[in-house]
Design a protein around this ligand. Structure first.
Ligand code: SAM
Length: 254
């Protein structure tokens, strides 16, 4: 310890830290049992400021938006089924505050043979792309899962272009077992997007409340998945380091 007699400057006075805030149990939790329509508005409320311009580029039936107050955000909805591919968006560079991405997450939706394919009808253009050789052979021969992942990554690259700096990207996904291989899609997306300059700001687990019915089961090898994810990313500006980035509010537009 220094004293005035040492001839050294006295140590700086440490201010006592005052804790603010009020005690509450009313917080947004990371795991939910229920549906997309209940959880999605809470994710928006936590991560996207009111009045933000949000592009939902795989709008589908608009289930995500069913419980979002219509005047809270400026929604720009598009989908492949209405002519807009999420990998080639009509928005200008940096024009969007937040973007929502929820493409088909199962390789079964992309299978070429109609009799083994899931999700009949709504993903025809995507299947055509991969049937025509657009798909690539992935690790472990997971061509079809690789097709799923490629779509996420290509769409995220386009999201990065249209998002402003520090903009929010919300990705819905689910892991899958494909060709007898465990594919942790959410990990692959976090890793792939980090390499692109996206910081993983939050992660939500959504658990289906009902038990899935199994038509034919010979021997169970992997756990049957009854959960999916919402991943929330933030765009790290060009030249910034994802590993050093810290969560921050979206700055006001000037
Ligand atoms: C799981 S659904 C989305 C559901 C939606 N989030 C909702 O709340 O209703 C997947 C959607 O992705 C769309 N889609 C598939 N490939 C696409 C692409 N390349 N670009 C844009 N949308 C695509 C499909 O048409 C489908 O509507």
């Amino acid at each position: 310890m220094t004293t005035p007699e040492d001839g050294l400057a006295p140590p700086p006075v440490r201010r006592k830290r005052v804790q603010g805030g009020a005690a509450t149990a009313d917080v947004v939790l990371s795991a939910h049992a229920g549906g997309n329509a209940e959880l999605f508005p809470r994710i928006l409320a936590l991560h996207v400021p009111d009045g933000a311009t949000i592009a939902d580029v795989t709008y589908g039936q608009g289930v995500f938006w069913r419980q979002v107050p219509p005047d809270r955000y400026r929604l720009l909805a598009s989908d492949l089924s209405t002519g807009t591919d999420c990998r080639a968006l009509p928005h200008a560079d940096g024009a969007i505050d937040a973007l929502v991405l929820d493409p088909p997450y199962m390789e079964g939706l992309l299978r070429p043979k109609a009799e083994t394919r899931g999700g009949q009808g709504s993903h025809a253009a995507l299947r055509t792309f991969y049937d025509a050789g657009g798909g690539r052979e992935g690790p472990g021969g997971g061509r079809w899962h690789q097709a799923v992942l490629d779509l996420y990554l290509d769409a995220a690259r386009e999201a990065r272009r249209v998002l402003r700096d520090h903009g929010i990207l919300i990705v819905k996904c689910q892991d899958e077992v494909s060709a007898n291989r465990q594919e942790l899609t959410h990990v692959q997306i976090v890793t792939g997007l980090a390499a692109m300059g996206f910081y993983a700001r939050d992660l939500f687990v959504l658990m289906r409340p009902n038990r899935p019915g199994i038509a034919r089961l010979l021997r169970q090898v992997h756990a049957r998945k009854n959960h999916s994810y919402f991943l929330v990313f933030q765009k790290v500006p060009e030249g910034g380091e994802v590993a050093r980035y810290r969560t921050r509010d979206l700055p006001q537009r000037g």
